[in-house]
Ligand binder design. Sequence first.
Ligand code: URA
Length: 276
Amino acid sequence: MSASSQANGQASAGQLAESLLAFWADGGVDAMLLDEPVDRIAAGRIAPPVRQVAAPQLATSRSAAQPDIAAALEQARLMAAAAADLDALVAAIAAFEGCPLRHEGAASQAVVYRGNPAAPLMVIGEGPGADEDAQGAPFVGRAGKLLDRMLAAAGLTDRVLITNTVFWRPPGNRTPTHSEQAVCAPFLERMVGLVQPKMLLLVGGASAKSLLNRDEGILSLRGRWFEWRSADGSMELPALPTLHPAFLLRQPGAKKRAWSDLLTLTERLDRPDRPL
Ligand code: URA
């Protein structure tokens, strides 16, 4: 900060640029197409016409490349059931070709889990972002660092295994689709069966809605206990939805609600017999 901006509390140009870059990264803008910016408004040219001609062809060739979801789901069930331990499950996911995200060209590797393989708590987020895709582990970017700080403050650092509803990065960090989550679900359920946690923390709306099969938004679901059930009904666990740390980075004022959710969770984890 310059002396004058420091004096009146204004951000320096460097800080503004950093904050803008972080804002874009949160929104999934993580690559440049050209070295120099192009002012398309000044040039009077908003959308290149050639793209409109190419769009139908793109749609056709994309849908031809999409895997058959019913067949993929059946294959995922078989592969997940055959995994005798977490290492085998990681290998099975890496070998699975049936998730449409693998064919979207954005993800370079499967991102499966990090943390304690015998954790009493499984934290389930939405899906890997750019940092996770690059490093091969979930929640390692800015949102993950905030999640780690919150888990540490709640005394949960070594008591969690962290994963996602899908194991490949949705391009541009869009929300994973129902089909993408559905074909990954048998692997996620097998992970729950192998880890045998006492409860689940569902981070963000895409995770909570998918695992609990609910339509409400996260602001209505968060902080309330639900019963998660596996597809075949053989497993049941208490599950608590909470706000996604990426949302908390954009809305710091909501942190106290996420903190209250974590306290609700640790209370039940440490005193399971106490009435809710
Ligand atoms: N957001 C998620 O939901 N999961 C990750 O792994 C990273 C960011």
